[in-house]
Design a protein around this ligand. Structure first.
Ligand SMILES: NC(=O)c1ccc[n+]([C@@H]2O[C@H](COP(=O)([O-])OP(=O)(O)OC[C@H]3O[C@@H](n4cnc5c(N)ncnc54)[C@H](O)[C@@H]3O)[C@@H](O)[C@H]2O)c1
Length: 291
């Protein structure tokens, strides 16, 4: 069994995933990168020497599950999963077509990768966290949503749907993951970070003062992984007992975004009834959730 902590990062060959892989690798983690593109061992920078690159399509169950299994068998442990792989929506949802014939099928890759890739990855993370010799207590799962998961984004409606889907999926699984298995689960919602997600010319045209720095994203991810105490820009406090956080990251600020409040007392009662963590059990276990 590996003596180092072991992470799986999807979409780790570029952008936010690569920066996180680099940062954890510096802290002596063993990092397994699952990505469609693979950085060859000959060209890999020394900082990434503790990373192993696997060619994986997160939208394919066979590709994703077989690689999770191979990594777990090789390392004998799994501590952190970053469900991060994503693509920008390429289709033109609002395009007009000849009214006398069937329109072409819409291009839904951003749902398959950004939402279904994350739900599959989370399902597998749960399974392999539980398979740890010492159990899953303290394991961490972070999903990459986006500000498009909080605010509607009309230019890319499928992307926005996928990212919003992640937010409610995360809020739905986080209390159960924590209560049943001690797994801490979060979603990050970064604003615009200059990566390969968009072409250079779009980044050049973007108001540069509103770009979010990569370091802000990686430091936020690490605070969540380590469960360190930190405070958001509204003064709300976080520590390792707070799970189910949705963390918006904009320029230099982070904001913990709570779920919508119930419309009235009746809904509050119903939500209490359906809430998977009952107050007293939660208190006994030291569980504090935002969900
Ligand atoms: N950059 C931003 O402004 C921004 C803002 C909010 C959210 N995000 C999200 O952050 C995540 C990372 O994006 P990024 O900005 O680092 O972009 P990026 O393009 O630099 O990196 C994304 C990586 O995901 C990989 N990938 C794409 N489809 C895949 C698949 N089917 N299977 C495996 N890997 C796949 C790509 O090969 C690439 O290496 C995405 O989920 C994106 O939606 C990015």
């Amino acid at each position: 069994m590996s003596n180092s902590k072991v992470a799986i990062i999807t979409g780790g060959a570029s952008g936010l995933g690569l920066a996180t892989a680099r940062s954890l690798s510096r802290k002596s983690w063993r990092v397994h990168v699952f990505d469609l593109s693979v950085i060859s061992e000959d060209t890999v920078e020394p900082e990434l020497s503790r990373c192993v690159f696997h060619k994986v399509d997160v939208a394919s169950w066979d590709s994703l599950s077989s690689t999770f299994d191979a990594v777990f068998k090789a390392e004998g442990r799994l501590d952190f999963v970053f469900a991060n792989a994503g693509v920008m929506e390429k289709g033109k949802f609002f395009e007009r077509h000849n009214p006398s014939s069937l329109p072409p099928e819409p291009e839904e890759l951003s749902i398959d990768v950004n939402l279904k890739g994350v739900t599959k990855t989370s399902y597998l993370a749960q399974h392999y966290f539980r398979a740890n010799k010492n159990g899953s207590n303290g394991c961490v799962l972070i999903m990459t949503s986006s500000i498009a998961g909080i605010y509607p984004q009309s230019i890319t409606p499928f992307y926005s749907a996928a990212k919003a889907g992640i937010v409610n999926f995360m809020r739905s699984v986080a209390p159960i993951f924590y209560q049943e298995d001690g797994i801490r689960t979060y979603a990050i919602c970064p604003a615009s970070v200059r990566t390969n997600l968009l072409p250079e010319e779009l980044w050049d045209a973007y108001p540069q003062e509103y770009l979010t720095q990569m370091g802000k994203v990686t430091s936020t991810v690490e605070s969540l992984v380590y469960g360190s105490k930190f405070e958001d820009s509204w003064g709300q406090k976080f520590d390792k007992f707070t799970v189910g956080l949705v963390v918006e990251i904009f320029v230099d600020d982070v904001y913990f975004r709570g779920p919508p409040s119930p419309c009235n007392d009746g809904m509050e009662f119903i939500l209490e009834l359906m809430h998977p963590i009952k107050e007293e059990n939660a208190r006994k276990k030291g569980v504090e959730t935002q969900v």
